[in-house]
Design a protein around this ligand. Structure first.
Ligand code: ZN
Length: 100
């Protein structure tokens, strides 16, 4: 249990929870950088693009450590915010999807 918490803490303290904000629309995309991969998460809709989340849902689990670290980062105000312009939105999303 403690080991899991350490993992969340290190993701948060290393600022690996990122909010990509697109302006002027203020659309937001959250990602969490794991071991080499970057996963797309949606804390409001409780979604993560990682395989652990996918298989967890099949087994009745509703979260994964990316979502948990995002919630922790949010509560500690430790998210990394990156500003993009709306013109970059579709390229950004297709880049994320092609990594999946
Ligand atoms: Zn995940």
């Amino acid at each position: 249990m403690n080991k899991d918490f350490d993992r969340l803490e290190s993701i948060v303290s290393e600022k690996r929870v990122k909010i990509h904000t697109f302006e002027p629309s203020q659309r937001k995309i959250w990602t969490v950088v794991g071991k080499g991969e970057e996963y797309w998460i949606d804390p409001e809709n409780n979604f993560c693009s990682c395989p652990g989340f996918y298989f967890g849902v099949i087994n009745g689990k509703k979260t994964c450590y990316h979502l948990e670290s995002a919630k922790l980062a949010q509560s500690q105000n430790q998210t990394e915010e990156i500003i993009f312009s709306d013109e970059e939105f579709s390229d950004f999303v297709s880049g994320l999807i092609s990594d999946l």
